[in-house]
Design a protein around this ligand. Sequence first.
Ligand code: PEP
Length: 247
Amino acid sequence: MRPLVAGNWKMNGLASSLAELVALKAALAAKAPACDVLVCPPFTLLAQAAVVKDGFALGGQDCSAKEGGAFTGDISASMLKDAGASHVIVGHSERRQYHGERDGDVAAKAGAAWRAGLGAIICIGETEAQRYAGDANNICASQVDGSVPGAATAANTTIAYEPVWAIGTGRTPTTADIIAMHGHIRNCLVRRLGEAGRGIRILYGGSVKPDNAADILNLPEVNGALVGGASLKASDFLSIITALKQV
Ligand code: PEP
């Protein structure tokens, strides 16, 4: 399975930030990465980023479950595709937390992404309180059941396991905990999807940085990373990409 390293710029980036993508493109052209590379800038930069894009793909950070119409401020999956995206993140914990998105909403967004021809990166992960309560496995299992539509395949879906307490905090689970949770999520995917569940990439996300990337990205069942803050600078993002061992 070829890993994927995806950058989530969140609500960061102006036209001047496209220089980071120019630098990323040059570095990837100079040395081919051992993984697929994806950048998810804000919607406003997608079309301009598509002009620069080479050696990496582009994604949106969210999409509407609707195809179009009177939904002020929303962006459809076909708009993302039209602007140059091949993927979209759905169900990020910040969408779940600040916009009240629930598993059913996330599954509907993944379906909309597929209908537009986009790959869905479906985010799941427990809060700190849930982990301390010993509920992390149950929470992730129920998020897989509720957020991942039954027609998910390796071609149309990627899972990002992002413990909420690790996002933007500089804290990460132990490598043993990451291995255990990724194995658990794999089992949940196979239970839900059958053989198709074996081929779906499971990314780790949450405070992946240049100095911990090699330790995290080369773990069993870790098929890449979803990177927030450290994806904003091409040099940091490249250090993470190159931390992946060539296979
Ligand atoms: C994220 O937002 O998906 C993320 C993983 O953020 P960070 O890398 O900054 O923790």
